[in-house]
Design a protein around this ligand. Structure first.
Ligand code: JHZ
Ligand code: ZN
Length: 406
């Protein structure tokens, strides 16, 4: 099957199908299972501009609403990273008279709270009302809207143009990328930058991190596809930087044409992507096989553990665990519960697979033999925090880049 590319209108050819899935952040109460929303989770690549994207999408008002479960401040590493991001902007881009920064999808204010504390003019645009309230409680100015051309026009009329437009794990969520980029064009000052940090297709393919594929991630960026997208909408990709968050992301910096000299990192990463064949059909074919292999290995291991009468508990209920549990058909029979520190996920079920989410105390209270680490991107932080589990003889199961026990 194919669809038309959301960026350029070209043909998008499907390369992987992760089956019937629900919403990654659709954690639900047991009484609501009847009302679950399902769609086909399949990904393809545009033959013209190479943008990798979902074939089917979940309407955005069903994904972002007043009960959005993900809190961006939920880990120490993220709090540190975004505070540092804010300081970096204040030292580089926000140094003129009365600077202004806009964040697309500011979540609970993990980045903008540092900007707000410094008294710098800012605006978070956040459609999910509950996390927007958390940001406001930290002194952040928030507009509860989806970011698009109309919202950007409204912001410009009220606040003027922005020196920085920023997004972290939000730009790849916006299906109407044309309206988003036209909005950036309206709102961005002549010397401003549009900076965004998003999961990297190179990491997803290279580490078989197929759990990054879910309803919220409409696009799976590469330097090449972002550059083509920027060119198409009258912007220029001037810098790229690899960052460790979410297992490996890229921070893209776009500016108006000829305003900044592109850094050597852009050419270097483009060349690396060419060498890796990151836009070649064979690469995706291999990825499809790797995904199936990981599924087989993981399910076999979990069944063996169950047959031996030993216990497994899931650790961390990121959005990613929805893809893995549903694609591998892992239910409460194999993983009776998952513990997670996010209060709004606790007492809920993972959508589709219906594995209950419990607080971390449920883990420490009665250690299992194995902990299946769904939040693998936070391995260091979690394993340090849960050192006593290892000391008591417990073992961690990871499935990225392949299934292994440590
Ligand atoms: P984490 C998020 O995905 C959401 P997720 C979003 N959709 C997106 O686009 C991607 O990021 C890129 C828990 N935890 O950060 C907290 C513990 O329980 O991998 C979280 O529920 N104990 C915007 O959901 C989860 O793990 C801990 O000590 O994949 C991690 O979620 C720590 C550190 C975390 O994001
Ligand atoms: Zn395209």
């Amino acid at each position: 099957m194919y669809i038309n590319c959301r960026v350029c209108g070209g043909n998008v050819q499907e390369f992987v199908d992760l089956g019937r899935q629900t919403m990654a952040n659709g954690f639900l109460r047991p009484e609501d299972v009847e009302r679950e929303y399902f769609f086909r989770l399949a990904v393809g690549m545009c033959e013209l501009c190479t943008m990798v994207q979902l074939l089917e999408e979940v309407p955005q008002h069903l994904r972002y609403h007043d009960a959005y479960r993900y809190h961006a401040s939920g880990s120490e590493s993220h709090r540190k990273h975004f505070a540092q991001n804010a300081r970096r902007f204040m030292e580089s881009e926000l140094t003129g008279p009365d600077p202004f920064i806009v964040e697309i999808g500011c979540n609970d204010g993990v980045m903008l709270s540092t900007i707000a504390q410094a008294g710098v003019r800012h605006l978070g645009v956040e459609p999910a009302g509950n996390v927007a309230e958390l940001a406001k409680a930290k002194g952040v100015q928030v507009l509860s809207e989806f970011f698009d051309l109309a919202t950007a026009t409204e912001i410009r009329a009220e606040h003027g143009r922005a020196d920085v437009i920023f997004g972290a794990n939000t730009i790849c969520h916006i299906a109407d990328i044309e309206s988003l980029l036209l909005g950036v064009d309206v709102l961005l000052g002549p010397d401003g930058v549009f900076v965004f940090e998003e999961p990297y297709l190179g990491t997803i393919v290279g580490r078989t991190a197929f759990d990054q594929i879910y309803d919220e991630h409409i696009f799976y960026f590469t330097v090449r596809s972002v550059q083509a997208m920027a060119d198409r909408f009258g912007l220029e990709l001037v810098d790229v930087e690899r960052i460790p968050l979410h297992g490996g992301e890229i921070r893209y910096t776009l500016a108006r044409p000829s305003k900044r000299t592109p850094t050597p990192a852009v050419g270097d990463l483009l060349a690396a992507e060419r060498t890796r064949g990151l836009a070649e059909p064979e690469t995706f074919e291999r990825f499809g096989h790797d995904v199936e292999r990981v599924r087989g290995d993981l399910v076999t291991l979990l069944r063996e553990i169950r047959a031996e009468g030993r216990r497994v508990v899931g650790y961390g209920a990121p959005g990613k665990c929805t893809t893995v549990t549903n694609y591998c058909e892992i239910g409460p029979d194999l993983v009776p519960f998952i513990c997670d520190s996010t209060p709004s996920k606790q007492g809920h079920l993972v959508s589709g697979s219906h594995i209950p989410v419990r607080p971390p105390e449920a883990f420490a209270h009665d250690y299992p033999d194995f902990a299946l680490l769904f939040a693998w991107n936070h391995a260091e932080e979690i394993m340090t925090k849960e050192k006593a589990f290892r000391d008591a003889g417990g073992k961690w199961i990871l499935y990225v880049p392949d299934v292994h026990i440590i």
